[in-house]
Design a protein around this ligand. Structure first.
Ligand SMILES: Cc1cc2nc3c(=O)[nH]c(=O)nc-3n(C[C@H](O)[C@H](O)[C@H](O)COP(=O)(O)O)c2cc1C
Length: 225
């Protein structure tokens, strides 16, 4: 058994366009809870950083023949010609023991800027595929990931049989299709429902609840070393 005392790292990838939003306050609360739990916290703020979400041929060396995005990702990795920003984000992703995706729920899914981060950084040959496999054989196997998000809908709307349907059902494409696919063990999501309808006092209580939930999650996510 390893006795390493290295500090675990949490990477929070945050995608909300308004720094004064409840969602941003939720992210800051989660970051502090993780620091208090002993994590080094690295934050990527995609809107603030002007992240480009579009996976297109212009980020790669010129291609003879048809452009195949995943083949080009593997070629860029092999040739050392990765886009510098993508390479830096990939390094930060691979260095993290815990990945937290922080976002407002948009159309039952991730905002496009965050989906585009997955498209460009969850790269074939670096996090799955190539010499790696999928799921348990992918690069992030043994690490944890979780979703941290806000909704417009009320909690009742996301209950089984509610107007929006059970949360677990429509998170499947993120949990299974993105996070487990690249090897992560997925932790329970932390969600604040309908912050826009909360009073200031209720928002403060909701943020406290986020802090507690993330603290519990951090304990469950302690890396095996
Ligand atoms: C483009 C867009 C799509 C949205 N889709 C959903 C949705 O599918 N379900 C939902 O409950 N809320 C949806 N919302 C509402 C946001 O989730 C909600 O306003 C946000 O999470 C509240 O947090 P904030 O006040 O910090 O922005 C959507 C909002 C936008 C702008």
């Amino acid at each position: 058994m390893s006795t390493s005392t290295a500090v675990p790292t949490a990477l929070i990838v945050h995608a909300h366009p308004e720094p004064d939003s409840f969602n941003a306050a939720q992210m800051a609360t989660a970051a502090q809870a993780l620091r208090d739990a002993g994590y080094h916290v690295d934050v990527l703020d995609l809107y603030a950083d002007g992240w480009t979400p579009v996976l297109g041929r212009e980020e790669f060396a010129p291609v003879d023949g048809p452009f195949k995005p995943q083949a080009e990702q593997m070629r860029a990795l092999q040739d050392g010609t990765l886009d510098a920003v993508v390479e830096e984000h990939l390094e930060r992703l691979l260095a993290a023991d815990l990945l937290v995706l922080s976002f407002p729920l948009w159309w039952f899914s991730l905002p496009a800027i965050l989906k585009g981060w997955i498209d460009r950084v969850f790269m074939m040959g670096a996090v799955f595929g190539g010499d790696l496999g999928f799921f348990g054989d992918a690069a992030l196997a043994g690490k944890r990931a979780m979703l941290l998000f806000t909704t417009g809908g009320s909690g009742a709307a996301f209950e089984p049989g509610g107007a929006f349907g059970a949360l677990d059902d429509f998170l499947f494409h993120i949990h299974r299709g993105m996070l487990e696919f690249v090897g992560y063990q997925v932790l329970d999501p932390v969600v604040t429902y309908g912050p826009a309808r909360l009073t200031d006092e209720e928002r403060a209580t909701a943020l406290e609840a986020v802090g507690k939930a993330v603290t519990l999650t951090a304990a469950a996510a302690a890396p095996v070393r």
